[in-house]
Design a protein around this ligand. Structure first.
Ligand SMILES: *[C@@H]1O[C@H](CO)[C@@H](O)[C@H](O)[C@H]1NC(C)=O
Ligand SMILES: *[C@@H]1O[C@H](CO)[C@@H](O)[C@H](O)[C@H]1NC(C)=O
Ligand SMILES: *[C@@H]1O[C@H](CO)[C@@H](O)[C@H](O)[C@H]1NC(C)=O
Ligand SMILES: *[C@@H]1O[C@H](CO)[C@@H](O)[C@H](O)[C@H]1NC(C)=O
Ligand SMILES: *[C@@H]1O[C@H](CO)[C@@H](O)[C@H](O)[C@H]1NC(C)=O
Length: 211
């Protein structure tokens, strides 16, 4: 009799310890949620390619972005509306030149998964110095803005996290290619124009944009 009682209490202890371990695992999952990262992996302005040999003005920009859910165990919902905004910031002026914007449909991204958004984007027109078959851009940088909200896939947790990210992209004025090999991470920007975000039209896309 005494033996069986000891075994029982041993099991109880085991269960308790297991429960505590499971609790801490879940607790650490909740504690370590992180927002997704967005990187500009490729950025190419064909009009600046000095060997491009275009017969007409080329107003397109090729971009390749990577959206990654960095959570090891937590899925993410990207909530509508999601927008990217592309502009050019001349060194001389304070005001930026709007180039293009494009939206994504909300989507789910599993833990550790990455989504690629890439393709040729038609701009409203590149800054003027570009005239003819090839040209030069005024000094400055391109800017990629992201506006969106994400929600973690957790039972009983519906909070949406606003993400306002941006990165400046420097482009080589002879090749039209992004300067540097490393992908550029979008960081907190703080800018958000609610009215425009709602009204803004989704710009024309050339070819298949979402892969
Ligand atoms: C620039 O243009 C040349 C000639 O058309 C082409 O071979 C090259 O791939 C272009 N550069 C890029 C980065 O696409
Ligand atoms: C540039 O394009 C024109 C017309 O497409 C072509 O005739 C010419 O050979 C091209 N030049 C080079 C250097 O590729
Ligand atoms: C612009 O450049 C891209 C990339 O080289 C090319 O695919 C596209 O056809 C060009 N468009 C025009 C109008 O020249
Ligand atoms: C995109 O950028 C332009 C300026 O470059 C700005 O006028 C426009 O409001 C921006 N769009 C959003 C959604 O903020
Ligand atoms: C582009 O070239 C055309 C014809 O050469 C000219 O009329 C126009 O003013 C130029 N545009 C710019 C922004 O330089």
């Amino acid at each position: 009799m005494a033996d069986s009682i000891e075994i029982d209490s041993g099991n109880t202890w085991c269960n308790l310890i297991l429960t505590i371990i499971i609790f801490f695992i879940f607790f650490s999952i909740y504690k370590t949620r992180v927002l997704p990262s967005i990187h500009v992996e490729e950025f190419y302005v064909p009009a600046l390619n000095s060997t491009g040999n275009f017969t007409t003005i080329n107003n397109t920009i090729y971009i390749n972005l990577k959206l990654k859910n960095r959570n090891p165990v937590t899925g993410l919902y990207y909530v509508d509306p999601l927008y990217f905004n592309l502009s050019f910031i001349p060194k001389e002026q304070k005001t930026s030149i709007h180039l293009a914007e494009f939206g994504l449909h909300g989507f789910y991204q599993g833990n550790g998964k990455a989504k690629r958004v890439k393709g040729l984007l038609m701009t409203h027109g590149l800054p003027s110095v570009l005239n003819g078959t090839q040209g030069a851009l005024p000094a400055g940088a391109f800017r990629v803005d992201f506006f969106g909200k994400v929600r973690y896939k957790l039972i009983g947790y519906h909070k949406r996290h606003l993400m306002l990210l941006a990165a400046n992209v420097e482009v080589d004025d002879k090749t039209g290619v992004k300067v540097g090999e490393k992908a550029i991470r979008l960081v907190n920007s703080g800018a958000w124009d609610h009215k425009r975000a709602i009204l803004l039209p989704v710009s024309m896309l050339l070819g298949a944009f979402f892969m």
